[in-house]
Design a protein. Structure first.
Length: 458
């Protein structure tokens, strides 16, 4: 038995959920589906796929559907096989002409699953009201709505991340071998979608160790790791045979190199090709260049400059909510920030009447509001840090990994639901505890002891 306070251990389960809470959840899930299908089928029925990752993934899916393997001219391993396989299945079942539409509808359904997973995580952490609040915010969060219409891995990867955390919490609670293996396998499948998560098992080991009450810590973690290895090993063997290296994903060294040089941003294809020729080592695969040695040489010449550069890039990524660009493409690409600058020649009235103004404002409110409240909540609850450790460690893991690579707002999208969850903790801890006391005919004295509303001590 693992004796650990995971911080997500309320006594609520689906069996103990009241009918009222179930009805609220059903309503939120229906709302989430309607909003996402409305965006995919009505607001943005024909997405612009020029540039970006969309055409790349569609090509990979087409290659898989035709039985040619994961190829882009030559075999590739810069992305995992899960999302291309999803597109390939759609193409095989419904034909090439319907791939984009059906894949986006499928992602709308995945968006509803994201809302449901936030509910179960919130319920396990602070009870059903916390779960409903988190699910409600996610259901109407335009960042999650518009991303359902993109041909990219974000929605699928976010769902897999939350699903992995849910299985991990069940494993903590029940401490059965099959749950540990399943949670590790889920992380492995997520790693075959986006390689950035491949070191998460190590972060979860830290999460287990910080509690210091684990009798079977190492055996439980070994089972989790075994599940992870089972999921990723066929893909790693494939990469070993093709490229001579058993990596889950190629390209990490290239992103580390790009993050160390110049302004620390990802290079465009033409820029990349013009700069990597001098560091070419061999033929075959995406990691055939001496990225690491060149990057370490750059860092060694100015270590402090590298640290400051990466810190600046991370802050910039957090300061730009993901989804505003897509919203602008559909509702108008005017730069609201530029129009609000003094001397722009535009009045505030003109700006607020733009179709994209209020949707973008809603995105900004939820983005900065959830991050700000989460930071404040973690600082306020630091004495009970074990209750928050899982979510905080996952947030720090992703932020830390991307601090050493190139980073853009899109890369932080998968962890945004965790900020929503933590921010909801503020409302649950401060607001509803008071409401519950009053509804029970009790109020709190300044010292925290209970009193009846008539004034006598309870």
């Amino acid at each position: 038995m693992i004796e650990t306070d995971s911080g997500v251990g309320s006594n609520y389960s689906w069996e103990t959920l009241s009918s009222k809470h179930r009805h609220w959840l059903a309503g939120l899930l229906i709302l989430a589906l309607v909003l996402r299908l409305g965006w995919v089928l009505l607001m943005d029925p024909e997405p612009k796929l020029r540039g970006g990752d969309g055409p790349f993934y569609l090509h990979l899916g087409d290659q898989l559907a035709k039985g040619m393997g994961l190829r882009y001219g030559e075999p590739v391993a810069v992305v995992g096989p899960i999302y291309p396989a999803y597109l390939a299945v759609v193409q095989i079942l419904l034909g090439t002409d319907r791939v984009v539409t059906v894949a986006r509808i499928g992602q709308a359904v995945l968006g509803v699953l994201l809302v449901a997973l936030l509910f179960v995580l919130g319920m396990r952490w602070r009870g059903p009201r916390c779960g409903l609040l988190a699910a409600g915010l996610a259901a109407v969060d335009l960042r999650f709505i518009v991303e359902c219409g993109s041909i990219s891995t974000e929605i699928l990867f976010t769902v897999l991340l939350l699903f992995s955390l849910w299985l991990y919490l069940i494993a903590l609670e029940r401490d059965r071998p099959h749950w540990w293996i399943l949670s590790g396998a889920a992380i492995g499948v997520a790693a075959l979608t986006r390689g950035v998560i491949q070191l998460l098992p190590l972060a979860l080991l830290v999460q287990l160790c910080v509690h210091g009450k684990c009798r079977r810590l190492w055996s439980a973690w070994a089972l989790l790791l075994a599940g992870f290895i089972l999921a990723v090993s066929p893909w790693m063997i494939r990469n070993w045979r093709l490229f001579g290296s058993p990596k889950i994903a190629h390209g990490g060294e290239a992103h580390f190199w790009m993050g160390a040089k110049g302004d620390g941003r990802a290079l465009r294809k033409d820029e990349m090709l013009s700069e990597i020729w001098d560091i070419r080592e061999r033929d075959g695969g995406a990691d055939r260049y001496s990225y690491l040695s060149d990057a370490f040489g750059i860092i060694a010449s100015d270590p402090l400059g590298f640290v400051l550069l990466r810190a600046r890039r991370v802050v910039e990524a957090y300061l730009q909510p993901f989804g505003t660009v897509t919203m602008g493409v559909v509702l108008g690409d005017e730069s609201i920030k530029a129009m609000l600058v003094r001397g722009s020649g535009h009045s505030l009235r003109e700006v607020v009447t733009l179709p994209a103004f209020w949707p973008k404002l809603w995105i900004y409110v939820l983005h900065f509001g959830s991050i700000g409240m989460s930071v404040w909540y973690v600082l306020w609850r630091w004495r009970k840090w074990r209750e928050l450790s899982l979510f905080v460690i996952v947030l720090l893991y992703f932020s830390g990994v991307y601090a050493f690579l190139t980073i853009i707002p899109r890369y932080l999208f998968p962890i945004m639901p965790l900020f929503i969850l933590l921010s909801v903790g503020v409302l649950v801890d401060f607001r509803w505890s008071e409401l519950e006391s009053r509804s029970n005919g009790m109020v709190r004295k300044t010292d925290g002891t209970a009193m009846s509303q008539g004034g006598s001590s309870a």
